[in-house]
Design a protein around this ligand. Structure first.
Ligand code: ATP
Ligand code: MN
Length: 461
């Protein structure tokens, strides 16, 4: 007989012999009968195992405590109690591994998120992280489905890069040089020609530049992979290692880009509502009573679209007190973005046409000479969830901007070839996967939507 997952067992008709395997969530009962809630990760729900104590060795039953792992053979029967349709009348129980109640860290329920971060290697065993990780999987799957159904191609961009021109954040170096005694040039600078790649390399902060090479050949592509930023921002919205989804599309102007971003996020949220309701309901009940309501509202409202300049005017006229000052030219902080979304409009906002000085060199320059065709999608509780733009397709304008910013064009020649040969209007954006998950799960801290968070001073497990 084959083992059945709990998700399946709960749908089966009673009156058959089954095998269930999993970890004990709780055990309760009296001297005649024990009730074990068994979970195997396939669903937030447990299967109830009923053991008549007379049928089993006392020693065995004593060893069954929260956290231990079991194989149970028994009859699937209609449940006597409330809360579940079926349960298993145990006939045979095998313990795979015990979990000493004195030392098992998840012996009790109701641990704080902070405590669970300290045992990040065990927290997937909790209901909360089980729910978050299943939703994380579903969203990853939905991302591929969305783009595949639209004819986009999944492009694998490199994680190790020689260009430090992406400008999206501080980078982690990649080297095989002896860091204690690296080879030196005559001027005492480090001689990277002896390094593995014969040059200075880093972990990527974005796959965009390479993504543009894909888009200007395959038409529509997306990347979905890890990115690394050594920025020392200890916030609930920043990780040093996070996953980013970056679609890049030939022949898209900024409006097409906004349409795609809005359709994309709505699709993902709707996918979660359609496929993850058990987990969402749990998170809704435990952490955030407005979660499901908020998800539904996003799928049914049109996002507000306005320019950065209009947004800044609203903020300046609002009379609200902000920690960081607002003025035209300021890089908007999360508090400003959330004010627009939560207080002023009450729905997601797409801001466009940012001052060129606070945006990257590759964004398409507007006629006014001051702004670029960037777009940020701003969400309740989070602020920026997507950053994107129409890209500058003019070789001349792009080169002027590179000179203006005193960037070294040598490392960028490969990128400029996409403008040099057969350039086309094109656009793209980056969705922070964990920011999306913050929104979909209602979790408050980005460290709680990734299995093993990497943040400043934290890479233990
Ligand atoms: P922020 O201003 O919030 O730091 P950013 O403008 O630096 O973000 P982009 O370079 O535009 O971010 O990256 C695209 C998307 O990647 C962002 O909209 C966000 O969703 C996500 N993102 C950026 N930095 C991080 C980070 N350190 N951790 C998690 N997600 C991030
Ligand atoms: Mn951004």
């Amino acid at each position: 007989m084959k083992r059945m997952k709990v998700s399946q067992l709960l749908k089966e008709t009673p009156g058959q012999e089954v095998i269930a395997k999993g970890w004990v969530r709780t055990k309760r009962g009296n001297k005649n009968v024990n009730f074990i809630a068994l979970n195997d990760g396939s669903t937030i729900k447990n299967i109830q195992i009923v053991c008549e104590t007379a049928r089993f060795e006392e020693e065995l039953l004593k060893q069954i405590t929260t956290g231990c792992s079991l194989c149970v053979r028994g009859d699937l029967v209609e449940s006597q109690g409330s809360g579940q349709a079926v349960e298993i009348q145990a006939k045979e129980i095998q313990i795979y591994g015990t979990a000493d109640p004195e030392t098992y860290p998840l012996q009790k329920k109701g641990h704080s998120m902070e405590f669970l971060r300290e045992i990040a290697h065990l927290r997937p065993r909790t209901n909360t992280f089980g729910a978050v990780l299943r939703i994380r999987h579903a969203m990853a799957f939905a991302i591929h489905k969305f783009f595949n159904d639209k004819g986009f191609f999944y492009l694998h961009t490199p994680l190790i890069t020689a260009s430090d021109a992406e400008g999206a954040g501080a980078m982690f170096q990649v080297t095989t040089l002896n860091v204690e005694n690296p080879p030196r040039n005559e001027d005492n600078s480090i001689n990277y020609s002896e390094d593995f790649f014969g040059r200075h390399t880093s972990l990527t902060v974005s796959g965009q530049l390479e993504g543009e090479m894909g888009a200007t050949a395959l038409g529509e592509i997306y990347t979905f992979g890890p990115t690394f930023r050594a920025e020392n921002s200890n916030t609930p919205r920043h990780l040093a290692e996070f996953w980013m989804v970056e679609p890049e599309m030939a022949f898209y102007e900024i409006e097409d880009n906004m349409d795609l971003a809005e359709e994309f996020i709505k699709y993902l949220v709707q996918y979660a509502l359609d496929n993850c309701m058990d987990d969402l309901q749990f998170l809704n009940d435990m952490f955030d009573k407005e979660l499901i309501e908020r998800l539904r509202s996003v799928t049914s409202t049109e996002f507000v679209r306005l320019t950065y300049t209009e947004g800044v005017n609203i903020l300046m006229e609002s009379g609200a007190k902000f920690e960081y000052p607002v003025f035209w030219g300021a890089d908007l902080q999360s508090e400003h973005e959330r004010y627009l979304v939560e207080k002023h409009f009450g729905r997601p906002v797409i801001l466009t046409d940012y001052p060129k000085d606070i945006k990257a060199f590759y964004m398409k320059q507007n006629e006014d000479g001051k702004t670029v065709r960037g777009m940020d999608v701003l969400f309740p509780k989070i602020g920026e969830i997507i950053g994107g733009s129409q890209r500058e397709e003019s070789m001349e304008k792009l080169q002027n901007r590179i000179n203006e910013l005193q960037m070294d064009p040598r490392g960028l020649e490969w990128y400029l070839d996409s403008r040099r040969f057969g350039t086309v209007p094109h656009s793209g954006f980056g969705l922070g996967f964990e920011r999306l998950l913050l929104f979909v799960t209602g979790m408050a801290n980005i460290r709680d939507v990734i299995p093993f968070p990497r943040t400043p001073k934290n890479a233990e497990f």
